[in-house]
Write a protein that binds this ligand. Structure first.
Ligand code: GLN
Length: 186
């Protein structure tokens, strides 16, 4: 199993180490690679889109040809995990245009308003320590997507087929339940 983490911006190292930890916990052999250029996405069994700044990420992914490769992977059913800015990119009106969700950027405020909250995530478990950093929120979840978690009046986790979108950052906490859930999807 080869998992590619898009390594343009954001918590790349944290995602790599959370995935490696989770693979070890499952006694599962897998390789986690970082992707900075086109040509690597087609060889991956799953893709992670970390957070960062969605406009910058979108521009660089479009220009470098990575976006087209991810759109193709999504069409073939390759599992994708998008966290924070990664969630924004997956939305219908954004770069990848793949999920039936409408997103509001910085829904909980700016950097200083970052916080951690304990949330229940369908399929993942109860009391997950969710860290929100300039987090977006899903303001409309269409019929093709299903709600996995809500917080503060918003949807903060959703799934559509093999796409998992989270407004928070599971890669920076020691709890690996979200990454286990994602590995189950592969
Ligand atoms: N606020 C950022 C954006 O709109 C996302 C923040 C993050 O990924 N931590 O792109």
């Amino acid at each position: 199993m080869k998992i590619g983490v898009i390594a343009i911006q954001g918590n790349v190292a944290e995602h790599v180490s959370a995935l490696e930890r989770t693979l070890a916990e499952r006694d599962c052999h897998g390789e986690v690679i970082t992707i900075k250029r086109s040509g690597l996405v087609p060889g991956c069994d799953a893709i992670v889109l970390p957070g960062g700044e969605s406009t910058t990420l979108a521009r660089l992914m479009q220009r470098g040809g990575i976006a087209a490769e991810i759109r193709h992977a999504i069409k073939s059913g390759v599992p994708i995990l998008g966290t924070c800015a990664g969630l924004i990119l997956l939305a219908k009106e954004n770069l990848l245009g793949a999920m039936d969700i409408e997103v509001k950027r910085n829904a909980f405020g700016g950097q200083c308003d970052s916080f951690e909250a304990s949330i229940d995530i369908t399929g993942v478990g109860a009391a997950f320590p969710a860290v929100f950093i300039r987090a977006p929120a899903i303001v409309r979840c269409g019929s093709e997507a299903s709600v996995l978690a809500r917080f503060g009046g918003y949807v903060v986790a959703a799934q559509q087929d093999s796409m998992l979108a989270l407004a928070f950052h599971p890669e920076i906490v020691s709890d690996t339940r979200v990454h286990h859930y994602f590995l189950e999807m592969i």
